[in-house]
Design a binder for this molecule. Structure first.
Ligand SMILES: C[S@@+](CC[C@H](N)C(=O)[O-])C[C@H]1O[C@@H](n2cnc3c(N)ncnc32)[C@H](O)[C@@H]1O
Length: 265
């Protein structure tokens, strides 16, 4: 029996199970297994699902939060509505998407027209849990895909952590390989517990692993108060000799796959 055949068979098994239980994607079982082990989402929680299309993780999040919670999903792609969740179409790394998410969170309006209790004046409502299964469009070149994915994950940390309440939990998919320690170390500066976990539903099928971060600290540990996760990842990659510091690095540069590509005008 070839390894490839076995992996395809495993994927089909989870896909069939997903279909029979009404989940849109087999990935739903990954979040279910993460939830079984770590109990990240509680009844009544406010949850952000990053990279939510087609909605498997959103469905699981809604099941876990129940009618008193609020789930907001965001993805570049439009998904069919998920009962009980607000779905935002957009790039999580863009300010307009963040504003939309923050707006939905503050008003607390759910798709069924009911609302969360209003927040006190001057207060900001924050998420209890952020779950991210985000993945860039894969090219099939593992090293490149892994590098781009790592940078995307760092950006998700930077863009969404301000929306997570102290004590909150964060889980993200990462692909094993070069530079992963840079992300793990940056996470340890911001959460009191950080663990890697491979759910059965993803074992044998890829090199993905989930980074489970619990108990967000009220502020990052010393040494990380003035740096972002993306900067800490870059510093790690520089220290490992994987990227070189560019003298003429400009604020208008965007990063892609550990190389800097000038932004188009
Ligand atoms: C593996 S899929 C998510 C599957 C989902 N968790 C589920 O259970 O149905 C990864 C998703 O990340 C999304 N994605 C990639 N880059 C993104 C970005 N910058 N902003 C928002 N979503 C993004 C992709 O469009 C894709 O739908």
């Amino acid at each position: 029996m070839s390894k490839r055949w076995f992996q395809a068979h495993q994927r089909d098994t989870w896909r069939r199970q997903a279909r029979s239980k009404g989940y849109r994607a087999r990935s739903a079982f990954k979040l279910k297994q993460i939830q079984e082990k770590f109990s990240l989402i509680r009844e009544g929680d406010l949850v952000l699902d990053v990279g939510s299309h087609p909605g498997g993780w959103t469905q699981v999040s809604v099941e876990e939060t129940g009618p008193n919670g609020l789930v907001i999903g965001i993805d570049l792609l439009a998904s069919a509505p998920v009962e009980g969740a607000q779905m935002v179409i957009g790039d999580v790394t863009e300010k307009t998407s963040q504003d939309t998410i923050l707006d939905l969170l503050q008003t607390g309006v759910k798709v069924d027209g009911t609302s969360l209790p209003p927040v006190e004046e001057g207060e900001t409502r924050l998420f209890n849990t952020i779950v991210s299964d985000i993945s860039p469009r894969l090219t099939g070149q593992y090293d490149r895909d892994q590098a781009i994915s790592l940078e995307l994950v760092a950006m998700v940390f930077d863009f969404t952590l301000p929306l997570l309440s102290p004590g909150g939990a964060f889980v993200t998919k990462i692909f094993q390989g070069t530079g992963i320690e840079g992300i793990v170390n940056a996470a340890k500066q911001r959460f009191s517990r950080v663990q890697r976990f491979s759910p059965d539903a993803s074992r044998n099928s890829s090199s993905e692993v989930f980074l489970v971060c619990k108990n967000k600290l009220p502020r990052p540990k010393k040494g990380s108060r003035k740096t972002s996760v993306s900067q800490e990842l870059d510093l790690h990659l520089e220290s490992e000799g994987i990227i070189q510091q560019k003298e003429s690095e400009s604020e208008n540069d965007v990063k892609s796959g550990f190389r800097r590509i000038p932004k188009k005008e």
